[in-house]
Write a protein that binds this ligand. Sequence first.
Ligand code: ADP
Ligand code: SF4
Ligand code: MG
Length: 345
Amino acid sequence: MTAQAAQAQQPLLSVQDLKIRIQMDNGEMNAVDGVDFDIQKGKTLGLVGESGCGKSLTSRAIISINPKECETTGSIMYQSSSGESANPLNLLSMDPSGKQIRSIRGRKIAMIFQEPMTAFSPMYTIGNQIMEAILIHRTKNKKEAKKITLEMLSKVGISDQEKRFDQYPHEFSGGMRQRAMISMALSCNPELLIADEPTTALDVTIQPQVLELMKSLQQEFGMAILLVTHDLGIIAEMCDEVAVMYLGKIVEQAPVKEIFHNPKHPYTKGLLKSMPRLGGNKSKRLDSIEGSVPIPINMPPMCGFYDRCKDRIEGVCNVQAVPKTRLSDKHMVRCFLYSDQHEGE
Ligand SMILES: Nc1ncnc2c1ncn2[C@@H]1O[C@H](COP(=O)(O)OP(=O)(O)O)[C@@H](O)[C@H]1O
Ligand code: SF4
Ligand SMILES: [Mg+2]
C-alpha cells in the first residue's frame, strides 16, 4: 500500500482511552473514564447521553479548551487530509496554548456551542469577528476576507449581508447568532466540525433549519461532524454512527440504524423509550428513565448505571468494572448481559 493510500484509510480523528479527572474537595471525579472512538472523514458521529455524562468535556478535550483543573490523559490522534504531516498528530500532547494546536483549532477543527453569545464578543460587529477568523487562518487580504465573510453569511441563510456585517451580536436574534456562529466556524473550511448541542438553545421552529444547514454545508465542504446532543431525534436525522455515553463511559456504539433497530444496552433502550414519538399522543407521559446521572466521585469499579437499571444482576454488575463486548465489527456494548463474548480490558 502506498503511504497516501494508507493515509486515506486512517480515521480523521482517533480518540483512545481518554480520561478526564477533576480533583474535588470531596474526592476525585472521573468525569471521562476511558473513552474510545474514531471519526471518519466526511462522516457524522453522534455522541448522545443525558446531561452530566461527560459529552462536553470529551468534545472540548479534542481542541484542548477544557479548564486547567481537568487532568486529561489518553491520546487524540488527528490525521489531516491536507497533509502537512504524513503521520497522525497527537493533539493531547500539544501545549494547549501553543502554536501547533492554534493552527488546528478554529481552522482544521472548528467548534460550535449551545450558546452563540459565548462565541462572539459583544464589543465588535459580527462581520468583523468572522472576518478576523478568516484573516488569521485563510488570507491576509482584507478585501478578499470581507468577500468570503459575506458569502458565508449568505450560505447560512442570512439576508441583507452588507447591513448584517456591521451589526453587533445583540442586534441578531438567537437563531441568527447561531447561524452566524456556524458561518464563522465554517469560514475556514474545517475538516472536522464539533457541534455541542448546536440547536438546544434555539426555538423548535428554527432547529430543523439549522440542522439542514449543517448537513448541506457538510455535503458541500466534505467535513466530518462530531455531533453532541441529548436528543435522539437529532441523532436519527444527522448521524452515520452513534456513541451512547453514560457517566464518563461509552456504553454502546454502533451505526445509527443498529442503535435504533437493535439497541442492546439498558441505558440506550431507556433513552429510546423516552424519545417523543412523531404523531404520538402528546398527552401521554414520556417513559423517562427513573433516577438521575450520579456524580462520578470516588466511584468503585462497577456499572455506573446499576442504580437505575431494571436488568441489573446483583453480585455481578455492582462488584466489578464492566468490560466491552464486541457484538459485531461495528457494534460494541458495555454491559454484563452480553459479557460472555467480552474482549477483556
Ligand atoms: N470544570 C469543572 N469542574 C468540576 N466539575 C466539572 C467541570 N466541568 C464539568 N464538570 C462535571 O463533569 C461532568 C460531565 O460534564 P459535561 O462534560 O459538561 O457533561 P455533558 O456535556 O454530558 O452534560 C458533570 O458532572 C459536570 O458537573
Ligand atoms: S452491566 Fe448490569 S447494571 Fe449495568 S447496564 Fe448492564 S445489566 Fe444493567
Ligand atoms: Mg454538555
